[in-house]
Structure formats: C-alpha cells, structure tokens
Ligand binder design. Structure first.
Ligand SMILES: [Zn+2]
Length: 111
C-alpha cells in the first residue's frame, strides 16, 4: 500500500472509531450491553489497522472488562494526593483501578 492510501485508510478507521464511541455513549442509558459491544468493535478496529483510540475516548472505557464508562454511573473518578498526585479511575463493573499522574492529566486536557 502506498503511503497516501495508508493515510486514507487511517482516516476512515478513525472516523468509524469516533462513530462507534458516539453510539456507545448514546446507547448507554438504555442498553449498556450494546455500548460494551461498540467499544469492543472500536478497539478491534483500532488494533487491526494500528490506529490508536483517540485521546477523547481513551478514558471512556475499561481496559480490563471493556465496559463503556460513564462517570457517576459505572465509573468513579477521584483525585488522590499520595504518594504522588494522581487521578484514580475505578471501574464499577469489574473493580479495575487505573491511576493517571495528575500533572500529565492536567497538561493533556489543556491542549
Ligand atoms: Zn472494568
């Protein structure tokens, strides 16, 4: 495949990933299981085509159980000062905990 074609494929895949996550968000209130399925498809699509999940959606699903995260529903977000300031994401579906250093998180959301 030529480079230009690769770029075009990546663009299409990214668009699909976006769309799938949007659907996941839309369906969540009524069909959380469907959301999980959309996340699964989006992740597989990304892996197959070597396209990373966009930053916007990266913190919206559980890497362990694949659930789509909605803060206050199935996700607990809290900041902790120790040992280093970090944000903790706790999946209420499977109990997985994810720590993200606070400073990095702050910098990232600025852009
Ligand atoms: Zn989980």
């Amino acid at each position: 495949m030529r480079r230009r074609e690769k770029k075009a494929v990546k663009k299409i895949v990214l668009g699909r990933i976006h769309r799938l996550f949007q659907l996941a968000e839309l369906e969540f209130p009524k069909h959380p299981d469907r959301s999980r399925r959309y996340v699964e498809i989006a992740r597989r699509l990304g892996m197959k085509n070597k396209v990373r999940i966009p930053r916007k959606w990266k913190r919206r699903f559980c890497k362990r159980c694949g659930a789509f995260w909605v803060p206050g529903k199935n996700l607990l977000v809290r900041t902790k000062p120790r040992p280093q300031p970090h944000v903790e994401y706790i999946c209420l579906e499977c109990g997985a905990r994810r720590r993200v250093p606070y400073l990095r998180e702050k910098l990232k959301t600025k852009h």
